[in-house]
Ligand binder design. Structure first.
Ligand code: MN
Length: 454
């Protein structure tokens, strides 16, 4: 069964990777993956694949690939390295490793390499932001090696979900994986309320996604709102009638729409969801637990939770609740307003581990929609900056990967990522100059596009 049609060049590279792994019997395979939900899910896909190949391996999650990490890796002799959900931007650095290196990534590739088996579908016609994630790229290799690895489609899709690629329905290679796994009875689809937690109170008081401006985390106001709907907020969703579901969904969608949220985020509330047949677990739930594990530094637990539905799930849920409460309380503060320039909005985040998530949630649910959002956190001598846009801003010309990387390089930093979500590191004395440059480039991108379309 050939459900995933791949360009010849990409499938040639998958052949090369599978040949390298064939030869890896005598060495230990070292997996280095990004620490977010997609990266943890990538590691889960690779674990399933490597286990089935009977190879011994060791997984590490990393926040970024830098020279120091590479130095440590180089000291480990005679290994085969796999980098997942990262690496395409650091090929030159990875070329220094004295052994076989496979990169499985979907971030914008800065060049290519003869030394490295560089697998990135975005170089061969797929859109790395919407069509394929790190974990679904890993899955391409897994299913290429063994049809039996189709069970790894569950963590693969959780990774795509973690990178927000489910919004508006899965596309491209992700959609092929959905179709292939439904055909094999690995997942099933069903229309359901997309709310975290078991009751409306859980969802509205302790969950930052979706975030309802003016309601989320605000117990008294929320109770009045629920009273107005005629819904007991402490009744479990599982005992809702069809009519309850419709009533709650339409009220919440109206609230999101009146907060200016994109249609995509609004319609997501009552939408098709995918469930693992064997366990009944939803892809969205796995993604959200993986995200919380990544954000709280519980990487090993995140991986264990993806690979089994036992005690790890319970423990991960506890970390998620703590994490969610911290995010909701910070978003409540940000509702009061953040700083702006002509074309961007931005805020300081004292907790770097929350910065990217806050930035994305602020952009999607709280802030102005006519400009991208940035957060900055001090980390030693540098500021780490996260940027998030919306699909309509991207359609209007926004390219955060370009604005962040070119602005950062002007001031001795570096940056990159996706058009819609990107990051940069900037020496601390240059933060404001950097933001001014991003503001200017953003203005050009957005206005340039509207001038072209006139
Ligand atoms: Mn990713």
């Amino acid at each position: 069964m050939n459900d995933i049609r791949l360009p010849k060049e990409l499938s040639d590279r998958l052949d090369m990777a599978s040949a390298v792994l064939e030869q890896a019997r005598s060495v230990k395979v070292r997996v280095i993956s990004h620490y977010d939900a997609d990266g943890i899910s990538s590691a889960a896909v690779l674990s399933i694949m490597l286990r089935r190949l009977g190879l011994s391996f060791h997984v590490t999650m990393a926040q970024s690939l830098d020279a120091r990490l590479l130095e440590g890796l180089n000291a480990e002799n005679g290994k085969c390295f796999i980098f997942s959900d990262m690496g395409s931007g650091q090929l030159e650095l990875l070329e220094k490793l004295q052994c076989d290196v496979i990169v499985l990534d979907h971030h914008r590739a800065l060049g290519d390499s003869d030394r490295i088996i560089h697998i990135n579908p975005s170089m061969f016609g797929s859109n790395g932001t919407t069509d394929v994630s790190g974990a679904t790229t890993c899955f391409l290799l897994a299913q290429h090696i063994d049809e039996g690895n189709w069970d790894a489609a569950v963590p693969a899709l959780a990774g795509a979900h973690g990178d927000m690629q489910h919004l508006g329905g899965y596309r491209g290679l992700n959609a092929d994986i959905i179709q292939g796994s439904m055909k094999r009875g690995i997942i099933a689809e069903r229309k359901a309320l997309q709310l975290q937690g078991e009751t409306l109170s859980d969802s509205m008081l302790n969950s930052p996604e979706p975030y309802f401006r003016g309601l989320t985390g605000k117990a008294e106001i929320f109770r009045d709102y629920a009273g107005g709907l005629g819904i007991d907020p402490d009744v479990k969703y599982s005992s809702y009638s069809e009519e309850d579901i419709r009533k709650v969904a339409s009220a919440l969608m109206m609230t999101l729409a009146s907060n200016g949220c994109d249609y995509e985020n609004v319609s997501q509330l009552l939408s098709t969801q995918y469930f693992q047949q064997k366990t009944g677990r939803s892809i969205a739930e796995i993604a959200s637990l993986a995200n919380a594990c990544g954000r709280t530094g519980n990487y090993g637990l995140g991986l264990a939770m993806e690979l089994s539905d036992g005690k790890a799930v319970e423990e991960a849920s506890g970390h998620r609740l703590e994490y969610n409460k911290a995010v909701v309380s910070r978003l409540n503060e940000l509702e009061e307003g953040i700083e702006e320039m002509n074309n961007i909005q931005f805020f300081r985040s004292d907790d770097p581990s929350l910065a990217g998530a806050l930035c994305g949630l602020y952009m999607a649910f709280i802030g102005r929609k006519d400009r991208p959002t940035f957060s900055y956190s001090l980390a030693g001598e540098v500021y780490k900056v996260s940027g998030r846009g919306t699909k309509s801003l991207v359609a209007g010309g926004l390219d955060l990967a370009e604005s962040l990387s070119s602005s950062a390089s002007k001031f001795g930093g570096h940056g990159g990522g996706h058009v819609i979500a990107s990051g940069a590191t900037v020496p601390k004395e240059h933060l404001m100059d950097f933001l001014k440059s991003v503001d200017e480039i953003t203005g050009r991108q957005i206005k340039g596009a509207s001038a072209r379309s006139q």
